[in-house]
Design a protein around this ligand. Structure first.
Ligand SMILES: C[S@@+](CC[C@H](N)C(=O)[O-])C[C@H]1O[C@@H](n2cnc3c(N)ncnc32)[C@H](O)[C@@H]1O
Length: 253
C-alpha cells in the first residue's frame, strides 16, 4: 500500500493586484492623513501613496521616484528603524499618529517583530499596519541571508525575490496576539498581511521578545514549514477588498 501524498497548501503564485496598486487604493479609500513607511529604498511605493503627511525611514535611501507625489509634507529619516522608534517622535513630526503604516525594512523575523511592536505603540486604534513579504512562495526566497538567497534562487521561478523569514511574524501574532485582526491578501509578488484592531498599550510582544525569538528561531524555515503556514491561513483576493464599497468590512472604521 502506497503512502498518500501530503496535502500541499503553498500556492503557485499570488494572483491579485500588485502590492503598490493595492496600497495606493487603500491610502485613497481610507483617506489617509499620516503615513509611515519603514524600508523605503528608491521610494517607488511611497510615490504611489496618497496622504497628507508621509514619513519614510531607511538607513540608506536611494530615492529615484517622486515621493512627494500626492502629499503635502514628506520627511525622510535616514536611520535604522530601531533608532527611529527610540529617538524620534512620529506624532510630533507628523502632527498625530499614523493611520497607515507599511513595514518593509530588514527582512528577518526578529527585526519585523520589533518594527511591529514599535509601530503598534505609536499607532491609534484605527491604524492599519501592512506587512510586506510575509507570504513567500519557496524556501529559497525565505533564506535569512540575502546574498545566499540570491544565489539559491537564481534558477527558481522567482529569482531575486528576497523575503527572508519575516513570514514567522504570522505564527508569532497568531500565538501571542490573538486579539489582532489579520487579513492575508494575494498581492504579488509576495503577499501582504493587513493588521488592525491594534492595541497601542499592549506590551506582550515587547516584554516576551527574547522568549519569542528563541522559540521561533528554532522553527524550521524550509518548504514544509512554509507549506504548513499556508495551511493555517485563508487568503483573501485583493480584488474582493478593493471592489467593496469601502474597506470597513476588512479593516474597521
Ligand atoms: C525592499 S526595500 C523597500 C522597498 C519599498 N518599501 C517599496 O516598496 O518601494 C527594503 C529597504 O529596507 C531598508 N532597511 C534595511 N534595514 C533596515 C532597518 N533596520 N530599518 C529600516 N529600513 C531598513 C533597506 O535599506 C532597503 O532600502
Amino acid at each position: 500500500m502506497s503512502t498518500p501524498e501530503p496535502t500541499r497548501h503553498l500556492p503557485e503564485s499570488h494572483p491579485g493586484l500588485h502590492y503598490m496598486d493595492f496600497m495606493a487604493h487603500v491610502s485613497r479609500a481610507r483617506d489617509s492623513k499620516r503615513y509611515l513607511e519603514v524600508g523605503v529604498s528608491q521610494g517607488h511605493l511611497m510615490s504611489q501613496i496618497h496622504t497628507r503627511t508621509a514619513i519614510g525611514v531607511d538607513p540608506s535611501f536611494d530615492i529615484t521616484f517622486n515621493v512627494s507625489h500626492g502629499k503635502t509634507i514628506v520627511t525622510l529619516v535616514q536611520v535604522p528603524s530601531d533608532t527611529f522608534f527610540a529617538e524620534y517622535d512620529y506624532a510630533a513630526l507628523a502632527g498625530g499618529p499614523p493611520d497607515l503604516i507599511f513595514l518593509d525594512g530588514m527582512h528577518t523575523f526578529e527585526y519585523l517583530l520589533r518594527d511591529f511592536y514599535n509601530a503598534e505603540a505609536i499607532a491609534s486604534d484605527r491604524t492599519l499596519i501592512v506587512l510586506h513579504d510575509c507570504l513567500p512562495l519557496n524556501a529559497e526566497m525565505a533564506e535569512r541571508n540575502a546574498k545566499v538567497s540570491a544565489h539559491l534562487g537564481v534558477n527558481t521561478r522567482f529569482p531575486y525575490h528576497w523575503t527572508g523569514d519575516v513570514w514567522k511574524i504570522i505564527p508569532i501574532l497568531q500565538t501571542y496576539r490573538p486579539d489582532l485582526r489579520l487579513v492575508y491578501v494575494d498581492c504579488p509578488p509576495t503577499g501582504l498581511v493587513c493588521v488592525t484592531n491594534l492595541n497601542p498599550a499592549s506590551k506582550t510582544l515587547k516584554t516576551q521578545y527574547f522568549a519569542i525569538v528563541d522559540a521561533f528561531r528554532a522553527l524550521g524555515n524550509d518548504l514544509p514549514a512554509i507549506d504548513n503556514l499556508y495551511g493555517t491561513i485563508d487568503i483573501t483576493p485583493s480584488s474582493r477588498i478593493t471592489n467593496d464599497h469601502d474597506l470597513t468590512l476588512y479593516f474597521g472604521g
